[in-house]
Structures are given as structure tokens and as C-alpha cells.
Design a protein around this ligand. Structure first.
Ligand SMILES: C[S@@+](CC[C@H](N)C(=O)[O-])C[C@H]1O[C@@H](n2cnc3c(N)ncnc32)[C@H](O)[C@@H]1O
Length: 220
């Protein structure tokens, strides 16, 4: 989904939504990001990060399911980030914060070493056209950043419905040092869905198959 498309669907950020403190100011982030300031409600709680939150369905459900964990959602479509933050505000979820920013910049420059317990990436844009392939998020430099921000035992979880992108991911991750395969954890207890994102629900209705990747970082 492009930024322009999401702005058309949801309207410009700040007009319709009231994201309040749930939307962090991406222009004033420290390096590293001050997690205690971002999550004053529980400043030392473990952190999970979702990349490409879309409308925020997964991050909200996960935050309700695991109130003892802090969840940071990174979404570069500003309208979606604001919409998801508005939903978190209305739900009163103090363990959720959103950032309207590019995940490569945030993971690469603003998250401290070993600071993230889990990285969730659900239905990342597949960029199927040949000339767009280099826009895919799952590339070796990005995976190097993910490895750095995870502690030993930390997990990278990815789901896609796109076979070609899945095969590309398999190649990138096969060559990535420091990770071992693990079982994909059950994410939502209360229903049968494994992830619970908007795209997952849509694709289930369409009868599409999913490809799941769960990796654990092993110790040095
Ligand atoms: C296909 S949608 C999936 C949304 C949601 N995960 C779901 O399953 O319903 C992919 C989302 O990732 C966002 N996205 C893509 N690349 C990104 C990046 N580099 N940084 C942050 N968000 C990104 C897009 O704006 C879009 O909202």
C-alpha cells in the first residue's frame, strides 16, 4: 500500500483522528529512542515492535492480550499511523505507541542493541514488479539491523501470502547468520486466527494460503 493510497482512504492525518500521545513525534526521536519516555506507564517493560501496522488491528489485539509488554508500531503511511494511534487512545491502551516513519530508519538508527523481544512483520508489501524488487523490506542490511536489536532468544516473526516474496525471504534468511528456525507462536488466544491483521482476515475470506517464518536469535 502506498502512502498516497492510504491518505486517500483515511484522510490526511490530524484532521479526522486524535492520536494524542499514542503517536510519537518521529521528528524528535533520540538515538536511541528513549523507551522510558515513550512508555511512561511501564518504562522498563519488555518491548515488541510491529512493522507496517496498517490500521492497527494486530497491535491493539496483542496489547490487550499482553498488558505487561510495551508495543511500538512503525507505519510509514501517516494516515494509518494516526488512525491506529487514535484507536489505541480510544481503547485506553497505554502500552501501545505508534510512529509514522520508515521502519528501516527506526530499526537501523533509533532502536538500541538487544532492546526488542519480538519483531512482528505481517503481510509486508510484496512489490511484485521486477523494477520494484529492491523496495522490499526483507533485505540483508535490514535483517542485520533486526539481529542487532534482538537479544539472544528474541524472535523475528513474518507472515506473507505472496509466494515469490516468501521465496525471496527464505533466501535472505537462509544466508543470515545468528538465527535459527523456531515454531510460529500462537498470537491470539481468543480466536482461531494466527495473526489477526486486516489483511489476514481479507485473505482468509479469499481462501489464500499463508507462508509463515519464525526465527529466534541465538547467543553469541
Ligand atoms: C500490505 S499492508 C499490511 C498491513 C497490516 N500488517 C495487515 O496485515 O493488515 C503493509 C503495510 O506496511 C507499511 N509499510 C511498508 N513498508 C514500510 C516501511 N518500510 N516502514 C513502515 N511501514 C511500512 C505499508 O504502509 C502498509 O500499511
Amino acid at each position: 500500500m502506498t502512502r498516497q493510497n492510504s491518505d486517500k482512504q483515511l484522510g490526511r492525518p490530524g484532521r479526522r483522528w486524535q492520536p494524542g500521545r499514542w503517536l510519537l513525534d518521529a521528528e524528535r526521536l533520540g538515538a536511541p529512542l528513549d523507551l522510558a519516555k515513550a512508555f511512561p506507564h511501564q518504562p522498563t517493560a519488555p518491548l515488541e515492535v510491529e512493522i507496517g501496522v496498517g490500521k492497527g488491528t494486530f497491535i491493539l489485539a496483542r496489547a490487550k492480550q499482553r498488558p505487561e509488554v510495551n508495543l511500538l508500531g512503525i507505519e510509514y503511511a501517516a494516515s494509518y499511523a494516526a488512525y491506529a494511534a487514535d484507536r489505541a487512545r480510544r481503547a485506553g491502551l497505554e502500552n501501545v505507541r505508534l510512529l509514522a516513519a520508515d521502519a528501516e530508519t527506526i530499526v537501523g538508527q533509533h532502536l538500541a542493541d538487544a532492546s526488542v523481544l519480538r519483531v512482528h512483520i505481517y503481510f509486508p508489501d510484496p512489490w511484485p514488479k521486477r523494477r520494484h524488487l529492491r523496495r522490499r523490506l526483507i533485505q540483508p542490511p535490514f535483517i542485520d539491523h533486526v539481529r542487532r536489536v534482538l537479544p539472544p532468544g528474541g524472535q523475528l516473526l513474518i507472515v506473507t501470502d505472496h509466494r515469490d516474496y516468501f521465496e525471496h525471504m527464505q533466501r535472505v534468511l537462509h544466508d543470515a547468520p545468528g538465527f535459527a528456525r523456531t515454531h510460529f507462536p500462537q498470537m491470539l488466544d481468543s480466536d482461531e486466527h494466527i495473526v489477526g491483521t486486516n489483511f489476514e482476515k481479507k485473505y482468509i475470506e479469499e481462501g489464500r494460503s499463508f507462508f509463515r517464518i519464525a526465527l529466534v536469535k541465538y547467543g553469541d
